[in-house]
Design a binder for this molecule. Sequence first.
Ligand SMILES: *Cc1c(COP(=O)(O)O)cnc(C)c1O
Length: 423
Amino acid sequence: MTDRRRAIPGTDTVLADPRLAKAIDLLGRALVKKSVLAAQNRARAGEIEPESVIDEAIIGLPVSATSMQPVINATGVLVHTNLGRAPLSQTARDALSLAAGTTDVEFDLATGQRARRGRGALQALHQAVPDAGGVHIVNNNAAALLLTAMVLAPGKEIVISRGELVEIGDGFRIPELLASTGARLREVGTTNRTSLRDYRQAVTEQTGFVLKVHPSNFMISGFTADVPVSALAGLGVPLVMDIGSGLLRPHPLLPDEPDATTVLRAKANLVTASGDKLMGGPQAGLLFGDADLIEKLRRHPAARALRVDKLTLAALEATLHGPPPPVVSALDSEVDIHRARGIQKRLPGSEVVESTAVIGGGGAPGVELPSLAISLPEHLAAKLRRSRLPVVGRVERGRCLLDLRTVPPEDDEKLIAAVLACM
Ligand SMILES: *Cc1c(COP(=O)(O)O)cnc(C)c1O
């Protein structure tokens, strides 16, 4: 035993190995050392031979200096909040990487003067929604609502239907977010029914604005009524709509999902949305609306605290200019049966089964998208989550289902390799 221990190479010796020295250049010394220490401990415990410590330390190296791991989303949930919502298109990833260096984000190279920050992203957003008088970009939709309340309703009331007092997730509630600015909520109607008369009676000189919130993660059915944007636009106070998902134009598969263009044409003064849901871009809050109102938002002191960084601006612009991002592709195209069979044939004991994909936290509750899944024994689900390239599937009726609608076809080989490694 002591001989064995003596044969374990020392930390400095292992770290001097050229392959590990190279890893130090890429990952930093601390992470590489951690892997070396773990390998030495395994050798001390007799789990590996002393002479394999270097190889083991190399195997144990993380792929990146971030502890965040890339994951294959085989859940069938298109916008999965816990998996980082929308994955970016390759075009957006390239832009992100470019912007990570020194860039002209706020500088005019022609004149050498300061320029409008993120003008390219703003222009692309405006081009995508020409009905907007102006556009603005903040950290997320919650920030968009916060800024709106700070500009339009300081010390005033926000009129909102009781059917639209939404909790977004993880305990965050839109009414509490709005109230945190000091504005007061003036709730109208009931959970299931709100009429134009309810709104009309609530609007006074105390009103800052009327807010309509899309119930993006639940559905009320049965004896219900709500008031369309076009009817609320005539109340004589600013009308703001939080559409949630970030659809910029109507989508044929999502007839009940509001989109920025339609809502603006119905005469809303301001529309707020997320960038990382159905738009398929980076986390961002998108604001579309009357030019003078957008200018007020931009000029509010808090706007600086809510602004996005150059990485977001680059990824957002590239998402808008580039080919359809993964979320949009997954929404627009059904899974090809030949693709599913091709994968199934390479995974012994697997089957192709019909499945139902959903939009997820991003909106369109109740919309079911036909899909195909690779069905595997249930016990593989946990193994797949912990594999070197983690795959997250869905456990249903005693089987582990890998829904292919949310797996980009270019990731099929990686998916197959990950499953084979777990079998
Ligand atoms: C998702 C959502 C939000 C929150 O958006 P974030 O971008 O996560 O801040 C707000 N309102 C609605 C209706 C939503 O669907």
